[in-house]
Design a protein around this ligand. Structure first.
Ligand code: FES
Ligand code: FES
Length: 79
C-alpha cells in the first residue's frame, strides 16, 4: 500500500491544547480520525506528531495528501 486511504475529502477541525502532542493518522485507516488508532500496522505509514504551541482550532488534513502534513494545505480541493 503506497497511497494512503482518503479518510475524507476535507479537513478535520480540532480544538488543541497548548503543550499537548497529537498523533495524526497518515495511512487514513484509523477509526478515530484525524488521529492514529494503530490501524497503520502492516502498512508503510506511521503517524505524524503535531505539538500544539497554543490553544486553538487546527485543520488537520483528512485527505492524507497535504504537502504540509499533518495540516490541511488545500490540496483536497484539487483531488
Ligand atoms: Fe493511520 Fe496510525 S492509524 S497512521
Ligand atoms: Fe487534505 Fe485539505 S484535507 S489538504
Amino acid at each position: 500500500m503506497n497511497e494512503p486511504v482518503m479518510a475524507q475529502r476535507s479537513p478535520y477541525f480540532v480544538d488543541v491544547v497548548a503543550g499537548e502532542s497529537y498523533w495524526w493518522c497518515a495511512c487514513g485507516k484509523s477509526k478515530s480520525q484525524p488521529f492514529c488508532d494503530g490501524s497503520h500496522k502492516g502498512t508503510a505509514f506511521t503517524p505524524v506528531e503535531y505539538k500544539a504551541e497554543k490553544d486553538g482550532r487546527i485543520a488537520f488534513c483528512g485527505c492524507k495528501r497535504s504537502a504540509e502534513k499533518p495540516l490541511c494545505d488545500g490540496t483536497h480541493t484539487k483531488l
